[in-house]
Design a binder for this molecule. Structure first.
Ligand SMILES: [Fe+2]
Length: 359
């Protein structure tokens, strides 16, 4: 029984015998260590040895093998071509288009850089660490996407400029869904979090019409350069809030002056910036994410502040002490979904024409 099951397992887990060792069960310690690095299936050996009879028979995903006459992939060209032929079988046309392009560029990148096995393993370990660093309040992958310029590029492509519309920006890694509701004039920051700032403006369409009822999410650093979720004892939101524009499109709230802050240095992305010799500070900014029915969702960053030194004005705006505050005036101009869609389709068409020449 044992021998038969092991034979079956050998057949099902062929990758065991393709990495330079015919029998991993008889491997020396050194050889086993090699397996542990090369083959993630090494864990299966322990599972087999521990409780073979508890293992359910492995089954395929039900998709029949491809009826393709593919050449043996013994050259880099055949490896790429074979995979592209397999991807021709992809049922969803968009999946097929995106994955074929991804494979073309990935294989081209590997070829052009002559990536070594060690470098490739370093990259895989780096991505593994990026994933392991993510939690419900920490998004290391968004940070990675940001520093590669990928977030900005995706945003720029998906939100092409529309005349008169507010410029779009990236969401960043610190957005959370649970912002508390605040009313006009309320503060999103608790007392002592930083220098007072009042934020006000209108939400408008590109023809200047006020947009009432727009949902505005806003979040920022405190005076120490941290977003709330970065604190170890983080329990409830601070320096973030959700409000709605009034009938005249107006919105206004109290906050604190955001400060320049570093990209978190205690993870793989921070280490990568050091390795690349790249500066890790971001200029001070306030985040916005605005939604209104019929309009394109907008993410934006703002930094332009005015100094106000007027005690009466400070009291009038709800600040409990002092005679000065910063004022940030920001009119948010939303583009309609139709305007955005037309601009995106124009851009996509131009790119497709360029791509047809390139590929
Ligand atoms: Fe930010």
């Amino acid at each position: 029984m044992f021998a038969r099951d092991v034979r079956y397992l050998y057949q099902s887990y062929g990758s065991y015998v393709t990495v330079g060792q015919s029998d991993p069960f008889r491997a020396t310690d050194t050889q086993r260590n090699k397996y542990r690095i090369v083959s993630p299936e090494h864990q299966f050996r322990d599972l087999v040895m521990a409780s073979l009879h508890d293992v359910e028979r492995a089954v395929s995903n039900g998709i029949p093998p491809p009826k393709l006459d593919l050449p043996y992939p013994d050259t880099p060209e055949f490896i790429t071509e074979n995979l592209l032929k397999l991807l021709e079988l992809t049922p969803n046309p968009r999946h097929k288009f995106v994955l074929k392009n991804l494979i073309k560029h990935l294989h081209q990148f590997i070829n052009e850089t002559s990536i070594t096995t060690e470098e490739w393993m370093t990259a895989i370990q780096f991505l593994t660490r990026v994933g392991q660093k993510c939690t419900t309040t920490r998004q290391e992958f968004i940070l990675f996407s940001d520093i590669l310029g990928a977030s900005a590029l995706v945003d720029a492509i998906n939100n092409p400029p529309v005349s008169g519309g507010t410029e779009s920006s990236v969401l960043g890694p610190f957005f959370l869904e649970d912002a508390p509701e605040v009313q006009f004039g309320d503060s999103i920051a608790s007392e002592g979090k930083g220098e007072y700032m009042f934020v006000e403006g209108r939400v408008l369409s590109t023809d200047g019409t006020p947009i009432p009822g727009a949902t505005i999410d806003t979040w920022e650093t405190d005076a120490f350069g941290y977003y709330d979720a970065q604190y170890k004892n983080f329990e409830k939101p601070d320096c973030r809030g959700r409000l709605h524009s009034g009938e005249d499109g107006r919105y206004g709230y109290r906050a604190v002056v955001p400060v320049a802050y570093p990209i978190p240095g205690d993870g793989p992305v921070g280490e990568m910036l050091v390795a690349l010799g790249r500066h890790n500070m971001r200029p001070n900014h306030l985040h916005f994410a605005i939604e209104a029915p019929g309009y394109n969702k907008l993410k934006s960053l703002v930094v332009k502040l005015q100094d106000i030194k007027d005690e009466a004005e400070a009291r009038k705006r709800g600040f409990p002490k002092g005679d000065s505050f910063k004022l940030l005036q920001f009119d948010i101009v939303l583009v309609t979904e139709e305007q955005s869609k037309a601009a995106f389709e124009k851009f996509a068409k131009e790119q497709a024409q360029k791509a047809s020449v390139r590929f």
